[in-house]
Write a protein that binds this ligand. Structure first.
Ligand SMILES: [Zn+2]
Length: 709
């Protein structure tokens, strides 16, 4: 088995380090109050993430120039070299030198509290971006890789990871049309530029508010909206507003079609289609899905159709339940009350109803008030829980490490060393967990430096940032997490461990740099651990009394997530199908709005509302074009892995080791279905994926009995 050998080889080359005195237990790193652990500001100031140049914003220019010079050297070197495995190595080094500046800058430009740093990082991103464009159209560079891939004998002699990485680099090249004649190449470059411009313009348009003349709004709801002169401004769907009329108005106004945005979307879709055809694919979807678990648009549609059919009965039941709640709260909505002047008979369920009423049902049926749970989920306890879980499953521990001066961008950022019991230090996670003015309000994982085997035989350790938005602790109160925050923390740590445990030879496929429909598997799998009583019991302790979180509270939480979950999933299926059709065969058979209406009827079930165009707010069409289904497919794989490997014993070390060996270790360096197959020890079918997702919606009978006694 190739990967075991490779890991064995790497292990021998790595220094095994004992736990250093610089490392403290992870829980302590998050429970000590900020004023108790001031950074040492004396002495020489180092740079961000330990990069010496980055002690000041000006350093970005130095770092980017250094990277560009190195790139030029490497380009000369690889072009002059006979083709062979070293070609791939140099390509990866080239990509590494650019990514190390670009990825770091990508993070700094949105998260650094100082404007000067953010601006310098923005500039670095631009200049590296220009360089990457230049490289993607550099014919000589392309030919150096082409010579390798055209030599059948040589290709056969490459190990699978090297071969895959070579093909991935080629795949990136080809979208620039570099393999085509001069005229077509120019068209490809022009299309790429056009797509980039349309993407950012469309993205901007998805967030813009719509306005309406104030007098057109029923008087009793006007005060719910921001008023500007004679107009009311509607900037969201107001999905959680208790008043039906407010939600209805917000839905109809916010989704009212905008001609400019409509044209941008149509042009974006047709340009993507033209580009895909130009570089040799029947549709944009075909290109986007190459190398993924699904592999083809046909498989994705089969998955979505089967899932939709299997869900439909449950979805109807959910809709019935939601309708019941709507009637109960608004008795005037009964069928014999006089019809109102707005759309839909009063008892009909409309697309603006489910999120609000399903929330009410959840709260009514299960007593899951977050404040009951928070005291059991102090951040320190949760981090200890994660460390303990990783330790038992994978032999890995998390330790707090004191950052050097200038290494972190805010005093409350914690640095974690991820340490394996026999391999030693695996990498670093910077935890930017706390709320801060100007910080983007999103939970996410950033790769700052990818792992790779360097030419000198040492392993370049991966470095990532996890960003959350948790409240600060105070003198008397540690940071307490709601169940939702706790689950997000586990999810994001799943991404981080994917990065830490990968030992790919190439940074181009490090950790989370893998196909989109595989990328969420490790993170969603962590959500299953976070919902298991045996795991939660290990760490959830009341921060004052030390009492464990009672078992029935954990069960209630898990069961509450299943309320109206079929309807939620059905909505995701509808979005994913819409994304597939938009990126499928062109010219489209009708307008994007007509397609939305038909797809909504086929895949969701609640009526389309005339004069609305939800697709113009579908921002994920830009970043996830033809891949919106990924989340559902990742969830299916994670669910199967949980059931087959961990449900019986969530601390099973052998299963944990297999998980690392078969899945995490490879990053994107192995075909994803092979990784899934290696883990499950069988090749799952589309039906398996559908069945596992639907089974997850079943209520747990044991909990039901326990709660009714
Ligand atoms: Zn994620």
């Amino acid at each position: 088995m190739l990967c075991a050998r490779r890991l064995g080889g790497l292990r021998a080359g790595l220094r095994v380090r004992r736990v250093s005195t610089r490392w403290s237990p992870v829980g302590a790193a998050f429970t000590v109050q900020p004023q108790g652990r001031r950074l040492d500001w004396s002495g020489e100031r180092g740079g961000l993430f330990g990069v010496p140049e980055l002690s000041a914003p000006e350093g970005f220019r130095v770092a980017q120039e250094k990277a560009l010079r190195k790139t030029e050297q490497l380009v000369r070197r690889v072009c002059a070299m006979p083709p062979g495995p070293r070609t791939v190595l140099i390509f990866d080094e080239l990509s590494d030198s650019l990514c190390r500046v670009a990825d770091l800058a990508d993070f700094v430009k949105i998260a650094h509290p100082e404007v000067a740093f953010r601006e310098a990082a923005e500039e670095a991103c631009r200049s590296i971006g220009t360089m990457v464009e230049k490289l993607n159209t550099n014919v000589e560079l392309y030919q150096s890789l082409q010579r390798l891939l055209a030599d059948k004998k040589l290709v056969e002699s490459l190990d699978p990871e090297t071969r895959r990485v070579a093909e991935l680099f080629m795949f990136d090249f080809e979208i620039s049309g570099i393999h085509l004649d001069r005229e077509k190449r120019k068209r490809a470059v022009d299309l790429n530029v056009k797509i980039l411009d349309l993407s950012s313009a469309f993205l901007m348009g998805t967030h813009l508010p719509n306005t309406i003349e104030k007098r057109l709004l029923p008087e009793r709801i006007r005060h719910h909206f921001e008023l500007a002169g004679d107009h009311a401004v509607v900037d969201s769907l107001r999905a959680e507003a208790p008043d039906d009329l407010v939600r209805e108005a917000a839905y109809k106004i916010f989704l009212y079609p905008n001609a400019g945005q409509l044209k941008r979307l149509e042009e974006l879709l047709s340009s993507r289609d033209l580009l895909a055809k130009l570089v040799g694919y029947p549709t944009y979807s075909h290109r986007a899905l190459q190398g993924t678990i699904a592999q083809s648009p046909e498989t994705v549609m089969e998955f979505l159709e089967k899932l939709s059919d299997k869900l439909s009965e449950r979805t109807m039941k959910d809709f019935e339940m939601i309708r019941g709640m709507k009637m109960k709260l608004n008795p005037q909505n009964s069928a014999d009350s006089p019809p109102r002047d707005h759309q839909g008979s009063p008892e009909e369920l409309m697309p603006w109803d489910p999120p609000y009423y399903s929330g009410l049902i959840r709260a009514e049926r299960f007593n899951i008030e977050p404040s009951l749970y928070c005291p059991f989920f102090s951040l320190g306890a949760c981090m200890e829980g994660l460390s303990l879980l990783f330790n038992r499953l994978l032999g890995v521990s998390l330790y707090g490490e004191q950052p050097t001066k200038g290494e972190v961008w805010s005093e409350d950022v914690r640095k974690l060393a991820v340490v394996h019991e026999s391999e030693g230090l695996l990498g670093y996670i910077y935890c930017d967990f706390f709320q801060r003015a100007d910080k983007p309000h999103q939970d996410c994982h950033f790769t700052i430096r990818g792992g790779r085997l360097k030419e000198d035989g040492n392993y370049q350790l991966p470095m990532v940032v996890l960003m959350l938005n948790l409240p600060h602790s105070s003198r008397n109160l540690p940071t307490l997490l709601t169940p939702g925050m706790m689950e997000n923390l586990f999810h994001e740590m799943g991404h981080a461990m994917h990065s830490m445990l990968g030992r790919t030879r190439y940074q181009h496929v490090t950790g989370t740099r893998c196909p989109t429909d595989f990328a969420e598997v490790p993170s969603i799998l962590m959500e299953y651990f976070a919902s298991d009583y045996r795991v939660v019991h290990q760490f959830a302790r009341h921060y004052q009394t030390g009492q464990s979180l009672p078992r029935n509270m954990v069960s209630r939480l898990c069961e509450s997530k299943k309320v109206c979950a079929a309807a939620d999933m059905q909505l995701q299926v509808f979005y994913a199908a819409l994304d597939q059709i938009y990126h499928g065969k062109h010219p489209l058979r009708s307008s994007t709005t007509d397609i939305l209406r038909d797809t909504q009827e086929r895949f969701y079930g609640l009526p389309y509302v005339p004069n609305t165009a939800w697709q113009l707010r579908f921002s994920h069409l830009v970043g996830y074009g033809a891949k919106y289904y990924s989340y559902l497919m990742s969830r299916a794989v994670a669910s199967m892995v949980w059931r087959e490997c961990f449900r019986q014993d969530p601390f099973n070390r052998a299963a944990g080791e297999r998980y690392r060996r078969e899945m995490l270790a490879h990053g994107g360096g192995r075909e994803p279905m092979l990784m899934v197959q290696g883990m499950l020890q069988k090749r799952p079918s589309i039906d398996d994926f559908v069945n596992t997702l639907v089974s997850d919606l079943d209520l747990d009978f044991e909990t039901f009995l326990m709660d009714s006694t």
